[in-house]
Design a protein around this ligand. Structure first.
Ligand code: ZN
Length: 396
């Protein structure tokens, strides 16, 4: 997926005939298969952080797709350059994606269909199914695949002479989770990574549409790089960098990782506090805290996120708050949090999602929330109006 500096070293322009010389590998395929699972799992940033306490029914349902081998493949097409972005060479980072014009928060930036999808679990060598899929692609699609960057190529092998291993390395580097499968999305793969407040677009797999959609989490100025995140970055810089080095082969130099040490330390403390508070509020699901306490944790998360400039996952956070409010039969709070959730889900994953459609009903009829009245009645409170959200283009 990424094209950061280190992976540039391993890059090759080889476009081999993939139908030949597949069998001559000297790899341990078992080890490689394991590595694929690790890389792919770490690519599912948005899914696995979707709802900390799995409160919202639509969020848990959306993770339950079966892998369907027999679904007819929709041909991949290069995204037409319609001015919203351009894929360009970025010094020190390989390829990257630049906004071709100003982009508004919540705008749909990209739809990308997979070149192919493989099951998450593969028995035996993963190289054969990869090659099989590649041989089914058009020459243009094959070219799109082999133009992607890769890391962790065995140093004792020459990429020019080992196209099958190159294909595998590309797959490992770029595969993104699609529920029970892992897929290759050639345009989306060009998005580079940033941590915490440094990413400005978010991707999501839509199984019913067989595509990944990318939305702008924040306003983006023309000429700015569009940056997504490959993992949960609500952890300190050292941990983020170690993870990204291990899984994606680059040393992160995003705007947050590049902060001077004192500012970086302050950011680390905020991110650690946010993670800590997420765990605390999840205690509501285990009946360890009451609704008022849970909502106060959520408000505190919100305040610290404002300081940090971290605005991702607020749709699911607000939806969880709406769930808690509904469970305690607090109609006003349910409505207020549902409105928040609609706003942020719309920005991050789109207005045409089941999350938004479901919550629109709840805004008008809070008593129809499926959690309604399942805990003791209590005024838990709505969003913290005093904290404000200036700078994030919010009207709600
Ligand atoms: Zn970083």
């Amino acid at each position: 997926m990424p094209s950061q500096a280190e992976r540039k070293r391993a890059r090759t322009r080889t476009k081999p005939n993939v139908a030949r010389k597949v069998k001559s590998s000297s790899f341990s395929w078992e080890a490689v298969a394991f590595a694929i699972l690790i890389a792919a799992a770490s690519s599912t940033y948005y899914y696995f952080n979707y709802s900390k306490i799995s409160l919202l029914p639509v969020s848990s349902e959306s993770t339950e797709q079966d892998f369907k081998e027999d679904v007819p493949r929709t041909p991949w097409e290069p995204t037409p350059d319609n001015s919203i972005f351009n894929v360009v060479d970025i010094p020190g980072k390989g390829k990257g994606v630049i906004a071709g014009r100003d982009i508004k928060q919540g705008e749909l930036v990209l739809r990308d269909r997979p070149l192919f999808i493989l099951p998450r679990a593969i028995n035996g060598s993963p190289i054969e199914p990869i090659i099989e899929k590649l041989t089914q692609l058009t020459p243009e699609e094959q070219e799109a695949f082999f133009e992607l960057s890769f890391v962790n190529f065995p140093t004792h092998l020459n990429p020019e002479e080992h196209p099958a291993e190159v294909a595998l390395a590309i797959f490992q580097t770029n595969a993104v989770s699609t529920g029970d499968g892992v897929g290759i999305f050639p345009t989306m793969a060009r998005l580079n990574h940033g941590c915490s407040s440094a990413f400005n677009v978010v991707y999501m797999w839509r199984p019913e549409e067989n595509q990944i959609v990318v939305h702008a989490l924040k306003d983006v100025k023309q000429g700015e790089e569009l940056i997504t995140t490959y993992t949960n970055t609500r952890r300190p810089r050292d941990q983020r960098r170690a993870f990204l080095q291990d899984h994606y082969g680059f040393h992160c130099t995003c705007a947050v990782c590049s902060l001077p040490d004192d500012l970086s330390k302050a950011s680390d403390e905020r991110l650690s506090k946010i993670s800590y508070l997420y765990e605390k509020f999840a205690g509501w699901g285990r009946q360890e805290i009451d609704g008022t306490q849970a909502i106060e944790y959520i408000r505190e998360i919100w305040r610290i996120e404002n300081e940090e400039g971290y605005t991702s996952e607020r749709g699911s956070l607000s939806a969880d708050a709406a769930w808690i409010a509904a469970a305690h039969s607090d109609a006003n709070a349910t409505q207020a949090w549902a409105e928040k959730a609609i706003h942020w889900f719309t920005a991050e994953i789109g207005a045409d999602t089941p999350q938004v459609v479901t919550l629109e009903v709840i805004v008008d009829h809070p008593q129809r929330h499926r959690a309604w009245g399942t805990r003791d009645a209590m005024d838990v409170g709505g969003p913290d109006q005093a904290s404000g959200e200036s700078g994030f283009n919010l009207s709600k």
